[in-house]
Design a protein around this ligand. Structure first.
Ligand code: G6P
Ligand code: MG
Length: 215
């Protein structure tokens, strides 16, 4: 039995707009320019890494304590926005595709950089759809490091070459390849040259010959 490891934000749920709104508040407070293009660079990047990207345009130095306070404030705003999520925030297409993949015998896991993955899964009632959750709480290195996906594979008891990762971030595709896994790009990562497969819609996962050439 093979496994599929899903990134969460931008693949199963669309939380980018909430990250954007919350980080915009931080940037405004600092007097730093921030837009959707910069927000796109935060895909798959840890909270601390995201702050560093925002601070590229900040003229000054912040202490570790000040950075921690900014991250905490951002996360509180983000959590308030996430709280409005409901099961309707996951499309029927995503739910039925996950069900079909399970019926085909795939083990399913989450591989997300977010420390809020458990909360999001709970809000959209998707926790029960996965055999394992590897997230920002159990890793020390962010994507493009493969740690989060290798942890997911190990939680599932699978070898990396038996796992395919579904990602919307180029850093996530790089992480999957660095971990010796098959990489499927969707959304922003569709068309990324390093992806083994590109899908334009989630249900296309059912159509591609996953793992061909890998087993
Ligand atoms: C995901 C998102 C990133 C976010 C990261 C950490 O990978 O794509 O934009 O920065 O999670 O999220 P967190 O919820 O822990 O702040
Ligand atoms: Mg993502």
């Amino acid at each position: 039995m093979k496994a599929l490891i899903f990134d969460l934000d931008g693949v199963l749920v669309f939380t980018d707009k909430f990250h954007y709104e919350a980080w915009k508040k931080t940037a405004d407070k600092l007097g730093v320019y921030f837009d959707e293009v910069i927000n796109n660079r935060l895909r798959g990047v840890s909270r601390a890494g995201s702050l560093e990207i925002i601070l590229e345009r900040y003229d000054g130095e912040l202490s570790a304590t000040e950075k921690d306070a900014l991250m905490e404030e951002k996360n509180n705003t983000y959590l308030r926005l996430l709280d409005a999520m409901t099961p309707a925030d996951v499309s029927n297409e995503v739910r039925s595709t996950l069900n079909e993949l399970r019926q085909r015998g795939f083990a399913l896991a989450i591989g997300s950089s977010s420390k809020n993955a458990g909360f999001i899964l709970q809000k959209v009632q998707l926790s029960g759809a996965f055999d394992a959750v590897s997230d920002g709480n159990n890793i020390t290195r962010s994507k493009p490091d493969p740690e989060v996906f290798l942890k997911a594979a190990s939680l599932l008891g699978k070898a990396p070459h038996d796992c395919a990762v579904v990602e919307d971030a180029e850093a996530g595709i790089d992480a999957a390849k660095a971990g010796g896994m098959t990489a499927v790009g969707i959304g922003d990562a569709a068309g990324y040259a390093k992806a083994d497969y590109t899908i334009r819609s989630f249900r296309e996962l059912l159509e591609i010959e996953l793992f061909s050439g890998y087993c």
